[in-house]
Design a protein. Structure first.
Ligand code: ATP
Length: 294
C-alpha cells in the first residue's frame, strides 16, 4: 500500500505546484491582456522618451457606443510633474489611466507622450514607459522580494533595496520573521491594503519607467497607512512624471495640476490654491471631505 501511496502523494504535490504556476500566469495575463483588439500598427515605431510629457487632446471615449464616458478631454502634464484627476465615482478617472496604457483606444482626439501619438508606437515600448500602481494589487505566491522584482526579474539587488526604502517598506519588512523572504500571496502572509499598495509602489520603482500612474485605493485606509503611502508617493513622484487617480483630496494638494472631472467633462483645472480660490466644484468637494473628517 505504501508503494502505491508514495507516487500518488508525489503526483498530488506536482498537481498543486502546476496549478499554482497556472494561477500565477493567469493573474499576470489578466493584467496584461484585457483587450485583444489593441495591437501594434504595421508601421508602429518605438516610443522615444525625452522627458515623459503627457498630453490628452480632445479625447472622447465610450465603452459602449450609446454611453459616452469621456467628452473632448484636454489636459497636459510636463516632464517630472504630477497631475491629479479627481471627481465623483463613475466620472471617468480610471478610464483615463486605461486609455494611457492602451487597454482601449480613444474614439476621437489623441493621447501624446513626448509628442508621439500612442497609437503609432509599439505597445511594448509604450507599456515599458509606464508603471502602474493599481487600486488592488495582485500578489503572487512568492516572497515579498520576488513580488517587488516581478516587473524586472533581473533587477540589481541595490535597485530592489532602494525601492524598498523609497516605498517606506523597510520597517514593515524588518518586522517579519523572514524579512524580505517572507512568503506572501494567497498561501502566504496576509498583508493589509496599505502594505499591498506600498509593495506595488516598490514594484513600479523597480520597473524604472519614466511615467507613473497611481490609481489610489478606494477603500479607506487608516491614517497611518495613508501617511506612509503619501510619503512614499511624494518621494517617487519627484523622479517621475506622475498621473494620480485620486479618491481623497488630501493626496493631491501638492499636484502641479488638478483636473476636476464631472460625468466625463473637465469642469475645472488648476492647482489646489487656484481651485479653492475659484470657489467652484473642487472647493465644494474639499469642504465636504473636511466635514466628513470632523
Ligand atoms: P471610481 O471613482 O468609482 O473608480 P471612476 O471615476 O474611475 O470611478 P471609471 O471607472 O472610469 O470611473 O468609469 C467611468 C464610467 O464608465 C462609469 O459609468 C462606469 O460604469 C463605466 N465603465 C467603466 N468600465 C467599464 C467597462 N469595462 N465597460 C463598460 N462600462 C464601463
Amino acid at each position: 500500500l505504501l508503494q502505491l501511496f508514495m507516487p500518488l502523494n508525489f503526483l498530488g504535490f506536482v498537481y498543486r505546484e502546476i496549478r499554482r504556476a497556472v494561477t500565477d500566469l493567469e493573474n499576470m495575463l489578466g493584467l496584461l491582456t484585457r483587450n485583444p483588439s489593441i495591437a501594434d500598427k504595421a508601421e508602429a515605431t518605438e516610443l522615444q522618451i525625452s522627458g515623459g510629457c503627457i498630453s490628452f487632446q480632445q479625447v472622447s471615449f465610450a465603452y459602449q457606443a450609446d454611453r459616452p464616458v469621456l467628452h473632448q478631454l484636454s489636459f497636459a502634464v510636463g516632464s517630472g510633474q504630477k497631475i491629479a484627476i479627481v471627481g465623483a465615482s463613475g466620472a471617468g478617472k480610471s478610464t483615463i489611466a486605461r486609455l494611457l496604457y492602451r487597454f482601449y483606444d480613444v474614439q476621437a482626439g489623441q493621447i501624446l507622450i513626448d509628442g508621439q501619438d500612442i497609437q503609432t508606437v509599439t505597445l511594448e515600448s509604450l507599456r515599458q514607459a509606464i508603471a502602474i500602481v493599481p487600486q488592488d494589487t495582485v500578489l503572487f505566491n512568492s516572497s515579498i522580494r520576488d513580488n517587488i522584482a516581478y516587473a524586472k526579474p533581473d533587477a540589481a539587488a541595490e535597485m530592489i533595496d532602494k525601492a524598498i526604502d523609497m516605498a517606506h517598506l523597510r520597517d514593515f519588512i524588518n518586522s517579519l520573521p523572514d524579512g524580505d523572504q517572507t512568503q506572501v500571496g494567497e498561501r502566504g502572509l496576509k498583508v493589509s491594503g496599505g502594505e499591498k499598495q506600498r509593495i506595488a509602489i516598490a514594484r513600479a520603482i523597480v520597473k524604472g519607467a519614466p511615467i507613473l500612474v497611481f490609481d489610489e485605493a478606494t477603500s479607506s485606509l487608516d491614517s497611518l497607512s495613508e501617511q506612509a503611502i503619501l510619503s512614499a508617493m511624494r518621494d517617487v513622484a519627484r523622479q517621475h512624471t506622475s498621473l494620480v487617480i485620486a479618491h481623497r483630496l488630501s493626496t493631491v494638494t501638492d499636484a502641479d495640476c488638478i483636473v476636476v472631472l464631472r460625468q466625463g467633462h473637465v469642469v475645472e483645472q488648476g492647482t489646489h490654491q487656484q481651485l479653492l480660490a475659484q470657489a467652484g466644484e473642487y472647493a465644494r468637494m474639499w469642504q465636504q471631505q473636511a466635514q466628513q473628517k470632523k
